[in-house]
Design a protein around this ligand. Sequence first.
Ligand SMILES: Nc1ncnc2c1ncn2[C@@H]1O[C@H](COP(=O)(O)OP(=O)(O)OP(=O)(O)O)[C@@H](O)[C@H]1O
Length: 253
Amino acid sequence: MMPHEKAKLVLQDVGHSWLGRTVFEGFDLVLRPGEVVALVGPSGCGKTTILQIAAGLVEPLRGRVYRNYRRHAVVFQEPRLLPWLTTRDNIAYGLKVSGCAASRRHAIAAARALEVGLDPEDLTKYPVELSGGMRQRAAVARALAVEPDVVFFDEPFTAVDVGLRRVLQDLVIAAAARAHFSALFVTHDLAEAVRVAHRLIVLSAIDGRVVDQRIIAGEPGTRDNRAIFDIVESWSHEAVFAELFDADRRVSA
Ligand SMILES: Nc1ncnc2c1ncn2[C@@H]1O[C@H](COP(=O)(O)OP(=O)(O)OP(=O)(O)O)[C@@H](O)[C@H]1O
């Protein structure tokens, strides 16, 4: 039975090891309806593993996962579009698999493409004809097309340039507000987490331990660039974020 009656997803005391090496232990998460939770931490701390366990792609070695939703979707760092399908058929792929009629799935694909800022003429193009940013827009549209209750984002915008990243983050915020899905959003970018999420979980690189959890003031979509900058700037002096900023400095050095 679901330990938290209204939650969409609960991870209870979850732990995992790869090749005998423990990545994290005792991880707990309660994802509520309409809630976007960002999972941040330096590279290698286990964020993707937690997301894969939450999405049912990996079976946890320890602990329990409870799900209370109909459908989920995953947006990966790479778009993972099928090269032999048009943009429209890529976006509608999940609908086709679930038996949705062609006319209906084409209409949904067109609506979702519009929502993520693709042009109608992009629908008949193949992935190779799209830019990297357009492919990632299509990947987001494909996730939204199945009307998911829960969306798992695994560093979805790390590979796109900074300007477009903001646009895509805002698309996700708007889509979450429209469709009321819950989301687990993995990122190592604290500004991205502060922009898109209601709540933040911070993991340590040393043992994947949760070093902090906090509510982010204001609703996603209401925080402007200045507010986001101020939050990140004030948090950057806190010890719990030291590993995150140290890792960033190492990358940019
Ligand atoms: N399929 C796998 N087989 C073996 N080891 C793995 C596998 N997946 C992840 N690992 C290891 O588990 C640890 C955590 O990896 P994970 O990808 O979950 O971290 P992460 O925080 O998402 O990192 P990044 O930000 O770099 O993506 C790393 O040491 C990684 O090498």
